[in-house]
Design a protein around this ligand. Structure first.
Ligand code: NAD
Length: 472
């Protein structure tokens, strides 16, 4: 076990061990649950833009085979290491258990700075990485199903799917080898925004609890809450957008790699996102106060801090200076073990990553199911539901002797679109999971929601192993 442990995996393991004290899990079973079942570390050559060759380092970690396929994103970042992918794969195992997604956890990483490379280099690299995964049986609809993560998105998932299809021709279910694909290439509507939307839904659940807000000196509800978001990528952008547009929160700060913006009266997330895309640099925008060191923004006054970039952003070093009353972990592992202890002592409420960013894997699961069934979720039911609702409305009109107003009639009889079904199922998942964790925390008198999350997840994984008859 110790050989697998770097800083991030140690942090996850400490949470697991703290949770295990509240459960009756024998040592051997706990070790089996905690350890990473398989890691493939690879090195492969990729032609650079200037024709020279770069040897790229990459990984795929399959943390737990208690359920197959295993599932987890692929990250492109210069910081990728074996410790990081193992820790992230482990979090995936527990995350899937918390939101009832029947997969084991996995994660992939390629050590490269995607923001500094050309699309052609990234394509060659992604295709070669996929080839390595195919060669070693580390990808496949029933084996291991990657998804987007930091530095990757729909484009990379399309390259992976295409490469897999070329190498494994005629597979009926090939499109289910990866999720987060573009819509035109067998993706699902709602996946792009799923993690950020899930973050919003999770925060909304948490701040609705008056009993939990009172000790923080906060009123229940999102309306008017002052929020700082770190990272305006896939997760951070959608989370900030929903928090502002649906929740009525005030986004007072946005931090990116190059620096941050702060405005106590609120920033327009949509406008900042668009302008940053155009100019490539947040600090070129003529809005709010410019902050050159983005880490500084984490320490500004706000109600909620939403780290949505990378791990280890809040540590023993800066935790004493964090002024947010709630830290909502949209990224994986943004608060390390020591940072968490300090925040806890200071009464900061943490909404943990293994619950809060589970919206992505939830909708990835729906995409995988759709790919296996080869039909969209609304296709078989939408028309039938419309007809059924129309008959009901007409019956009520007949009984009442008057007609329903046209706009209301359209609303009542409209069949669901696929994206509406996805959003509704995601909302149900996030709400149910939050209530379950909060209930468990209270029932077992656990110190925080993270411990509750690990206690629940460990219990679920342990149950599967016991039911296999391997452990007593
Ligand atoms: P992304 O690449 O789309 O966006 C990350 C953003 O963070 C980028 O815009 C980057 O410039 C910015 N960033 C990097 N370092 C920063 C720093 N020091 N300060 C401020 N900004 C910084 O990645 P993403 O998919 O949004 O993933 C973000 C986090 O969410 C990661 O921890 C990832 O593991 C986690 N996550 C992602 C998903 C998903 O579906 N994409 C699902 C679950 C969890």
């Amino acid at each position: 076990m110790t050989t697998q442990r770097g800083r991030f995996f140690t942090s996850v393991s400490r949470s697991v061990e703290a949770a295990a004290r509240h459960l009756n899990i024998e040592a051997g079973l706990l070790e089996q649950i905690q350890c990473c079942n398989a890691v493939y570390r690879m090195r492969f050559p990729v032609e650079r833009e200037d024709g020279t060759i770069e040897v790229v380092e990459a990984y795929r970690a399959e943390h737990s085979h208690h359920r197959l396929p295993v599932k987890g994103g692929i990250r492109f970042a210069p910081t990728v290491s074996q410790d990081e992918v193992i820790a992230l794969a482990a979090l995936m195992t527990y995350k899937c258990a918390i939101v009832g997604v029947p997969f084991g956890g996995a994660k992939g990483g390629v050590r490269v700075d995607p923001f500094a490379r050309s699309p052609r280099f990234l394509e060659r690299m992604t295709r070669r990485y996929t080839t390595e995964l195919v060669k070693k049986n580390f990808i496949g609809p029933s084996i291991d199903v990657p998804a987007p993560d930091y530095g990757t998105g729909e484009r990379e998932m399309a390259w992976i799917c295409d490469t897999y299809d070329v190498l494994c021709p005629n597979g009926m279910n090939n499109h289910a080898c990866v999720t987060g694909k573009p819509l035109s290439l067998h993706g699902i509507p709602g996946r792009r925004e799923a993690t950020g939307l899930g973050v919003y839904l999770g925060i909304r659940e948490a701040v609705a609890e008056a009993e939990d807000m009172e000790p923080l000196g906060l009123k229940p509800g999102l309306e008017g809450k002052r929020i700082i978001v770190q990272g305006l990528g896939n997760v951070g952008y959608y989370a900030a957008r929903y928090l502002q547009q649906e929740g009525g929160a005030v986004i007072v700060g946005i931090a990116e790699r190059e620096g941050g913006l702060f405005d106590p009266n609120g920033l327009d997330v949509e406008a900042v996102f668009r302008l940053r895309k155009e100019s490539g640099n947040l600090l070129k925008l003529e809005v709010g106060e410019k902050i050159a060191r983005s880490e500084e923004l984490l320490e500004r006054d706000c109600d909620l801090l939403v780290p949505a970039a990378l791990e280890n952003q809040i540590t023993a070093e800066n935790a004493p200076r964090i002024r947010a009353k709630i830290v909502a972990e949209a990224a994986n592992g943004p608060v390390d073990w020591e940072g968490q202890e300090i925040l806890r002592q200071r009464g900061v409420f943490i909404i943990p990553d293994l619950y809060l960013n589970a919206g992505g894997v939830t909708v990835s699961y729906f995409e995988w199911l759709k790919n296996l069934s080869h039909v969209s979720f609304d296709r078989m039911t939408s028309r039938w539901q419309e007809e059924s609702a129309r008959r009901l409305v007409e019956t009520i009109e007949g009984l009442a002797g008057k007609s329903v107003e046209a706009v209301m009639r359209r609303k009542l009889i409209k069949g669901p679109k696929e994206v509406e079904l996805v959003h509704a199922a995601l909302a149900e998942t996030m709400t149910t999971a939050y209530r379950r964790l909060r209930g468990l925390q209270r029932e077992k008198d656990l110190p925080d929601l993270r411990t509750a999350g690990f206690v629940y997840a460990l219990g679920q994984v342990a149950l599967t192993y016991r039911d296999m008859g391997i452990f007593p």
